[in-house]
Design a binder for this molecule. Structure first.
Ligand code: ZN
Length: 165
């Protein structure tokens, strides 16, 4: 039995629910679906009992926030993204092996760091985990780890990041 976590794009684009998989999502996803078709897909999956709408516990959300911050992903992940990833951690703690369905590179990247599989619908999944170089657009220094408040400790400019090759 695969345990599959669906993000907003899965409902917008349509994801074929199979009988030998269990599906999970967080309630915030429904709020993000703008189109009627996507909402119908969500409601249909939920009322059929195939989709479990679950809010992850607070400790798991905090852990995702800490891990995202440590890897420089925190600004790329929405609150809903973090909840979906936290749900993955919670499932993992219950002995399950979550697979995350998301077309968002930051979600995929973070899922991989947290030790989950991920699949992408529209885009091809990233081949390896990206690591980021944090750099200062002001004085051109680079940093291996996130800096306090995301500002350059030397000149005070807001830091940016780019994928490391
Ligand atoms: Zn600087």
């Amino acid at each position: 039995m695969r345990h599959v976590i669906l993000d907003t794009s899965a409902f917008i684009q349509g994801y074929n629910l199979s009988t030998d998989e269990e599906y999970y999502t967080v309630p915030e996803v429904l709020d993000e679906i703008r189109g009627e078709l996507g909402r119908l897909r969500y409601e249909g999956a939920r009322s059929s009992g195939k989709l479990r709408e679950t809010s992850p516990g607070e400790p798991w959300v905090r852990e995702v926030e800490e891990r995202a911050r440590a890897s420089g992903e925190t600004h790329k992940l929405s609150a809903t993204d973090k909840k979906l990833l936290a749900l993955g951690l919670q499932l993992k703690a219950q002995g399950k092996e979550p697979t995350v369905v998301s077309d968002d590179y930051s979600v995929q990247n973070m899922a991989s760091r947290l030790g989950f599989r991920f699949v992408s619908q529209a885009t091809r999944g990233i081949k390896k985990v990206l690591t980021w170089t944090i750099y200062c657009p002001g004085c051109r220094r680079t940093f291996d780890s996130p800096q306090e408040d995301d500002v350059c400790p030397v000149c005070g400019t807001e830091l940016k990041r780019k994928p490391r090759r």
